[in-house]
Design a protein around this ligand. Structure first.
Ligand code: KIV
Length: 280
C-alpha cells in the first residue's frame, strides 16, 4: 500500500479503531530519516534536545532559535510522519502574542505540522490563542520537565487521588480547548488508563503504562545514545554508544598502526600520469 503523510485525523482514527499511535523524538536529519523510514506515525522535535544533544543540565535553557534550527533539519528528513515542534520554556509564558509568534515560527520556518506545550490551567488561554491562529496543539501533562523546579524534581505525578483527579480535570480542559492529543508523562498506569478512557482525543504516554492510545520515547534514550541517566520507563532497544565507541577505538588503533587507509579505501593514478608528474 502506498504510504501517505500522517494527519491529525489519522492519529485520532487510531484511537477510535484501538490501534496504538507511535511517536519518537528526532533532532537532526539522519535520525529523522531513520524514524520516518521505520514507519513511526509522529516525530516530536522535543526540547529534550537540550539534554540529549546539546549537553544542558535540563530543558530549561533551550532557546527558540535552537529549536527552530533542529526542527528544520528534522523536517528535511521527514516525509510521512506528523511533525511536532516542542515550544521551549519561556516561549509561550510571557504573552499570548509572543506565544503565537513563536508557535508560528515552528510552522512557517521549520515546516512543523503542530506544536506542543507543557501545562494545564496555566496554559489554557495561550493554548486557545495558538489554536485560534490555526496552529494545532499537543498538550503535555503529568511530569512537565520545564517546571521541574516547581515540581520538586523528576517524580511520578498523580499518585494521590486528588493529584490524579487534577490531571484528569486538566486533560479534559485541554481537550475542550481544542488540543488534538495529550502527552501524559510519568503517571501511574491506572491513572493514565482512566484519563485515556475519559478523553475523546488520544493520549500519548511516556512512563504512563500500556493503556494510553500511543507511546512516545526520547529516541536517544531508546537507542542507547544518551546514558547520563536512563529513566525506569525507557527500554533500550539497541546500545549505539557501545557500537560507536568500538568503531572509534578501532579507527584510532588502525590509523596508529598504519592499517587504515588501505588499498580498498584509497585512490590510484595511472602509472604514465605519475611518470609525467615526476618529470615536471
Ligand atoms: O522533550 C521531549 O522529548 C518530550 C517528550 C519526552 C514527550 O517532551
Amino acid at each position: 500500500m502506498e504510504r501517505k503523510k500522517i494527519t491529525i485525523t489519522d492519529l485520532q482514527d487510531k484511537k477510535r479503531d484501538g490501534k496504538p499511535i507511535t511517536m519518537l523524538t528526532a533532532y537532526d536529519y539522519p535520525m529523522a530519516r531513520l524514524v520516518d523510514d521505520a514507519g513511526i506515525d509522529s516525530i516530536l522535535v522535543g526540547d529534550s534536545l537540550g539534554m540529549v544533544v546539546l549537553g544542558y543540565e535540563s530543558t530549561v535553557g533551550v532557546t527558540m532559535d535552537e529549536m527552530i534550527h533542529h526542527s528544520k533539519a528534522v523536517r528535511r528528513g521527514t516525509k510521512y510522519a506528523f511533525l511536532i515542534g516542542d515550544m521551549p520554556f519561556m516561549s509561550y509564558q510571557i504573552s499570548k502574542e509572543e506565544a503565537i509568534r513563536n508557535a508560528g515560527r515552528f510552522m512557517k520556518e521549520a515546516g512543523c505540522d503542530a506544536v506542543k506545550l507543557e501545562g494545564g490551567d496555566d496554559v489554557l488561554d495561550v493554548t486557545r490563542s495558538i489554536l485560534n491562529a490555526g496552529i494545532p496543539v499537543l498538550g503535555h501533562l503529568g511530569l512537565t520537565p520545564q517546571t521541574i523546579s516547581k515540581l520538586g524534581g523528576y517524580k511520578i505525578q498523580g499518585k494521590s487521588a486528588e493529584a490524579a483527579r487534577r490531571i484528569l480535570e486538566q486533560a479534559l480542559k485541554l481537550e475542550d480547548a481544542g488540543c488534538f492529543a495529550i502527552v501524559l508523562e510519568c503517571v501511574p498506569d491506572e491513572v493514565a488508563k482512566l484519563i485515556t478512557e475519559k478523553l475523546r482525543i488520544p493520549t500519548i504516554g511516556i512512563g504512563a503504562g500500556p493503556h494510553c492510545d500511543g507511546q512516545v520515547l526520547v529516541t536517544n534514550d531508546m537507542v542507547g545514545l544518551f546514558d547520563r541517566f536512563v529513566p525506569k520507563f525507557v527500554k533500550q532497544y539497541v546500545k549505539l554508544s557501545t557500537l560507536i565507541s568500538d568503531g572509534l577505538k578501532r579507527y584510532k588503533d588502525e590509523v596508529e598502526r598504519g592499517v587504515f587507509p588501505d588499498q580498498e579505501h584509497s585512490f590510484t593514478i595511472k602509472e604514465e600520469e605519475l611518470d609525467k608528474m615526476r618529470k615536471r
